[in-house]
Design a protein around this ligand. Sequence first.
Ligand code: UDP
Length: 242
Amino acid sequence: MSQPPFKRILLKLSGEVLMGQGGQPLIDPAMTARVAGEIADARGQGFELCIVVGGGNIFRGLSAAAKGFERASADYMGMLATVMNALAVQNALEQIGVETRVQSAIPMPTVCEPFIRRRAERHLEKGRVVIFAAGTGNPFFTTDTGAALRAAEMSCDALFKGTSVDGVYTADPKKDPTATRYETVGYSQVLAADLKVMDASAVALCRDNDIPIVVFNIREQGNFAHVLAGSGVATIVRNEKE
Ligand code: UDP
């Protein structure tokens, strides 16, 4: 991957990256500390960092709705789960000396700041890592879409999606041994071939705002900093004409 000319980036973390081996505990202090270490390294390289944390390790609205929960209420529960994860990531970062602020799309002023774009800008200027919680604040969305929305709103140069695979493949590499990894791939191909990078509305939002999506493995130690430095393994989703 060539050196990316990025300054301000948004990192999307799925809730699952905070989970312990085998699924317990839902928020594992060791895993959270490891992820925080990756973020601190990136911050140390001078990048301005926004983070959007998911909640799938604790609660997913869609799965709860399938079991009979009313969807909107279930989604609000999912959004509250992302606030717990955001506080866990904040705690882990502050323990290693990284200054942070959590901003929630659902205001809860005794817990964290509400989302205020201009205020988030100020935090970034001061070198703080801003963690956005509660997704978009609306049911029927996901934190992937929340990440794309915040990336556009905060004028981020790229959206980094930390996953457990090292990029986007032609097919699922766990099921198809002939699958190969893309170095770069167009938004439209991702959407047309349903390549499971992020959900379609998030990919479309990035496409419409020309925000590249960098898919990389966050579970591999040191990888985030390497990818940011242009030396790691990742796939960039962007406009084909570039
Ligand atoms: N959610 C929502 N609106 C949003 C973001 C999230 O309703 O804007 C809910 C939704 O129920 C989702 C849950 O929060 O299932 C947790 O988020 P997500 O599934 O995106 O987390 P991740 O898979 O990234 O851990």
